[in-house]
Design a protein around this ligand. Structure first.
Ligand code: ATP
Length: 237
């Protein structure tokens, strides 16, 4: 199986602060990888580097075997879509208008409308609320709308930044099931960035643990969930 996303020796500084040290990992095609770590570990910085929002000191990012230049929009053009932390929806626009915003690079109307129906299939709550202002959705529904908006770009690689943040546990479980269903039914490659290690590792074929900017462990999601170090550090067990 080939790797859809490959990160090699990525090092990022914010002024004098080194946020990532020589980070390398792969996400195989059609699989879910979970990037877990505590506050400030550097998870969001990895996503920013993939999306060209920070300029790495060194390292390479490849999507589908092609190197992505460090420029905003370069990853999107190669089929990467980000569902950002904190939702960042257009609060005054309706749910459906927000979803269409995600499809601005898709010129084929039929393909766009088919994806909209798929998104409504994954998230029936969004269909019920399609004319409602996005700003009036619950936190969990806003997260669903943000994931739906990223899917509307029909990406080959979907980046999810902390989808469980601030969301009730029952909705986190629902989101987890939907993320697995999206990856399976569309054969989509997913990089799931989470502080909620339990949720993320239980979905992932590959888990990557980041601590103070370094990869300290990689393994299958199941192996990491069973590891005494992970259970003590991230699962409170
Ligand atoms: P969280 O889960 O809390 O979002 P994270 O794992 O995503 O954390 P990052 O946001 O990537 O962590 O931050 C990694 C490190 O880089 C932290 O020490 C953070 O304070 C620092 N950092 C992040 N953004 C900046 C910035 N714009 N300027 C300076 N330092 C920053």
């Amino acid at each position: 199986m080939s790797n859809d996303l490959s990160i090699r020796n990525l090092t990022v500084n914010y002024g004098p602060v080194r946020a990532l040290h020589d980070v390398s990992f792969d996400v195989p095609e059609g699989r879910i990888a979970a990037l877990v770590g505590s506050n400030g570990a550097g998870k969001s910085t990895v996503l920013k580097a993939i999306c060209g929002m920070v300029d790495p000191v060194s390292g390479t990012i490849q999507v589908g075997g092609e190197t992505v230049p460090s420029k905003p929009g370069a990853a999107l053009r190669r089929g990467v879509a980000l569902s950002p932390e904190g939702r960042r929806l257009f609060p005054a626009l309706s749910v459906e208008e927000n979803l269409f915003m995600g499809a601005y690079t898709v010129s084929n109307r039929k393909a766009r409308d088919e994806m909209l129906e798929r998104v409504y299939g994954y998230f029936p709550r969004l269909k019920e609320r399609k004319r409602q202002a996005a700003g009036s959705l619950s936190g969990g529904e806003q997260q669903m709308c943000a994931i739906g908006r990223a899917l509307m770009a029909q990406p080959r690689v979907l980046l999810l930044d902390e989808p469980s943040l601030g969301i009730a546990p029952i909705i986190v479980a629902e989101l987890g099931r939907i993320i697995a269903q999206i990856s399976q039914s569309l054969g989509m490659t997913v990089l799931l960035v989470e502080q909620n290690a339990q949720m993320a590792l239980s979905l992932a074929s590959t888990g990557i643990v980041l601590e103070t900017g370094r990869v300290t462990l990689t393994g299958s999601g199941q192996d990491l969930l069973a590891s005494p170090d992970i259970r003590a550090a991230y699962l409170g067990l």
